[in-house]
Design a protein around this ligand. Structure first.
Ligand SMILES: C[S@@+](CC[C@H](N)C(=O)[O-])C[C@H]1O[C@@H](n2cnc3c(N)ncnc32)[C@H](O)[C@@H]1O
Length: 245
């Protein structure tokens, strides 16, 4: 199944190279009874975890769950993995990682408005530098685009240091080369960052998948797969699975 979803990135980023997406098999299989069961089970898990949160936070978490393919990312976490999530927001992805079999999830988030007590994940107020040690999986979902590109390489290097040998970094970003989906994404992000101030961000920063793959390799990851996970969603969700040997 995995082989159908991803495209292994090769070195170089010629602007004339055919887009790997067009070569890939369908970006995600049709929903099965099992995936539907996991979807509804996850809704229940999130409801139980966050039911004491303020209404606004619960709505935010629900909208994130419905618009971001958290489960397509979480299913890649090996059973028993120790997970670090950077820029975790309310920690919904970390909570789902536990539900998918991770043994521990530490969720780091600098925006203290989003931090409330939860029962099954360890929330840390701060940036990635607040954490030491290594993890089987480091995850960062829709955070890079809120940080100025000039700081990306340093951040990705620090993240590579947090990944244990044999471990992986799951990076979820938007693919700006999917033009129509990206237009919708920019509009929505401009509203939530600039108008409503829901997301703490320095601005909106996007790069092509080729450049991000190059950055991941330079940061110290040996293998990088690109996995389109946007099927059925209006946003151009793209997952990078970066492994260290
Ligand atoms: C769009 S939200 C995504 C939240 C969460 N990852 C999710 O998928 O729901 C971006 C998050 O990144 C956090 N953030 C912004 N700058 C950051 C930084 N330099 N380091 C870590 N997190 C940051 C924001 O506070 C915000 O919670």
């Amino acid at each position: 199944m995995r082989g159908h979803e991803g495209s292994r990135a090769r070195g170089g980023s010629s602007p004339r190279a055919p887009r790997p997406r067009s070569l890939a098999a369908p970006s995600h299989p049709r929903p099965t009874l099992e995936s539907q069961r996991v979807f509804f089970q996850s809704l229940v898990v999130l409801h139980r975890e966050y039911r004491s949160f303020p209404l606004g936070a619960r709505l935010h978490i629900l909208i994130r769950f419905l618009t971001c393919p958290f489960l397509r990312v979480a299913k890649r976490i090996p059973p028993g993995a120790r997970v670090l999530e950077i820029g975790a927001g309310h920690g919904a992805f970390s909570r789902l990682a536990i539900d998918q079999g991770a043994c521990r999830a530490i969720a780091v988030e600098p925006d203290t408005r989003k931090l409330h007590q939860t029962s099954s994940i360890d929330l840390v107020a701060g940036y990635d530098e607040a954490i030491r040690g290594t993890f089987d999986v480091v995850a960062m979902l829709d955070v890079l685009y809120t940080i100025d590109c000039k700081d990306w390489d340093a951040l990705l290097h620090r993240i590579a240091d947090r990944v244990a040998p044999g471990g992986m970094f799951l990076l979820k970003e938007m693919d700006p080369t999917l033009r129509w989906k990206q237009r919708w994404n920019r509009l929505q992000e401009s509203i939530s960052v600039r108008l409503l101030g829901i997301t703490m961000a320095e601005g909106l920063f996007f790069e092509t998948p080729e450049r991000i793959v190059d950055r991941l390799r330079r940061a110290g990851f040996d293998d990088v797969d690109r996995v389109p996970i946007d099927a059925g969603y209006p946003h151009p969700h793209l997952l990078y699975v970066a492994r260290k040997r």
